[in-house]
Design a protein around this ligand. Structure first.
Ligand code: ADP
Ligand code: ASP
Ligand code: MG
Length: 417
């Protein structure tokens, strides 16, 4: 008998029929003799719908605390319904919110990190023979405030719970067959990967591959959780995320990711003196704004620097930059939205010269100019204007020899509803 954490995303439980099918799958797993802890997301587009609802109530950004209170209701609906569906199939199940599960987070709203998990209730309910159903994406601060873990955060709940209860396996069930060389909805001849290393998966996730939440991968690596991504719609073998993964001969790029929500802020004419960059980025970090690519240039004693933030953070970031103008004494600030970051990832890149050149060439062959570049040992990212996403990703996929002959989906992509 093994202890398994099974996580089902929003599209996998998007309708009552899908919910019932998932319940059957869980019951089958239990009847194979496993103990099952299930983590589930809000049904279908519920989280987006709740966000839209808040926009109809508030003209300005609503208080983050209340937003978390609202968004956590989505997962709460799912756990109760899934538990009922399992009961209807003749097995006992108990549903729990994040805070009942003992998931403690730092005191930050909308993208809190899990600080610790006290899983006694989960373990006791399992011992009594229940399937345990945990609401994804939510936790509680030490002070008893409800928090959320950031969009896509149910994956992180699953992996963190798996680590806390020392599960033998964590299965992430989603609407594609596993991790592909790129988003299979964009490139039809994307290849499904049988395995991928934690490090490569972490880069892809951080760079926008929605299939796994970055912190889920981080947590899996840290705790050496056995992680598999697979489809909730079929029984195909999924993708194993592990410490080291074999690379096919002749292939140096494992995958291509993209992020459509990129905005650039440029500070022009910044007087050169020590500590300027530190002041800007400390002010942004205090407000939980993640800064990504940073480029610095300039002439004589005046520097220019540009950096990217998520489009959703642009307004808040610009307000902060305005507020520190008297301290930094920059001459001008500009911003640009509608940018796209495309990235290639592969552990083998570091020892292969010419990988970057090929990327720049593939993009420039499309007549597109590159605005910003950032590199690490295992990735290269380019920021460009977001106009021809599909073409760019397809061109890179072909350039690095990743295309397969067949289409990614046997039966065509699953309907997202
Ligand atoms: P869930 O609701 O199950 O959490 P998500 O929508 O968060 O599902 O993640 C699955 C989606 O991730 C897929 O439908 C696919 O479009 C997208 N995706 C992006 N990059 C990749 C990739 N490299 N491999 C597989 N899927 C990817
Ligand atoms: N429901 C949340 C979201 O849509 C969390 C998740 O699905 O993982 O982002
Ligand atoms: Mg997800």
């Amino acid at each position: 008998m093994s202890l398994i954490v099974m996580k089902f995303g929003g599209s996998s439980v998007g309708t009552p029929e899908r919910m019932k099918r998932v319940a059957q799958r869980i019951v089958d797993r239990k009847r194979e003799g496993h103990q099952c802890v299930v983590v589930v997301s809000a049904m279908g587009d519920t989280t987006d719908d709740l966000i839209d609802l808040s926009k109809q109530i508030c003209d300005v950004a609503p208080p983050a605390r209340e937003m978390d209170m609202l968004l956590t209701t989505g997962e709460q609906v799912s756990v109760a319904l899934l538990s009922m569906a399992i009961h209807s199939l003749g097995e006992s199940a108990m549903s729990y919110t994040g805070w009942q599960t003992g998931i403690y987070t730092e005191a930050v709203h909308s993208k809190a990190r899990i600080s610790r998990i006290e899983p006694h209730r989960v373990l006791a309910a399992l011992e009594s023979g229940n399937v345990v159903i945990v609401a994804g994406f939510q936790g509680m601060t030490e002070g008893g405030e409800i928090t959320t873990l950031g969009r896509g955060g149910s994956d992180t709940t699953a992996v963190a719970v798996a680590a806390a209860i020392k599960a033998d396996l964590c299965e992430i069930y989603t609407d594609v067959d596993g991790v592909y060389s790129t988003d299979p909805r964009i490139v039809k001849c994307a290849r499904k990967l049988n395995e991928i290393s934690y490090d490569e998966m972490l880069e892809l996730a951080n760079l926008g591959a929605a299939v796994l939440h970055p912190r889920a991968v981080e947590c899996a690596k840290h705790n050496q959780v056995r992680l598999v991504v697979r489809s909730s719609f079929n029984n195909n073998e999924g993708t194993h995320v592990k410490e080291e993964a074999a690379m096919e001969q002749g292939i140096v790029v494992r995958g291509i990711a993209y992020d459509k929500n990129v905005a650039r802020i440029s500070l022009l004419g910044v007087p050169e003196k020590p500590g300027q960059l530190a002041k800007v980025f400390t002010a942004l970090a205090k407000e939980q704004i993640d800064v990504d690519i940073i480029v610095q240039g300039g002439v004589q004693d005046l520097a220019d620097f540009s950096f990217t933030v998520g489009s959703d953070d642009l307004e808040k970031a610009m307000a902060i930059i305005e507020s520190i103008k008297p301290v930094i004494e920059y001459k001008q600030v500009t911003s640009q939205t509608g940018l796209l970051k495309v990235s290639i990832v592969g552990a083998g890149m570091v020892s292969n010269p010419g990988v970057a050149a090929k990327m720049f060439e593939a993009i420039s062959d499309l007549g597109i100019s590159i605005n910003m570049v950032s590199t690490s040992e295992i990735k290269i990212s380019c920021v460009i204007v977001n106009e021809r996403l599909n073409e760019v990703i397809q061109a890179l996929h072909t350039a690095y020899g990743l295309d397969t002959d067949s289409t990614a989906f046997v039966g065509g992509p699953q309907d997202r509803r």
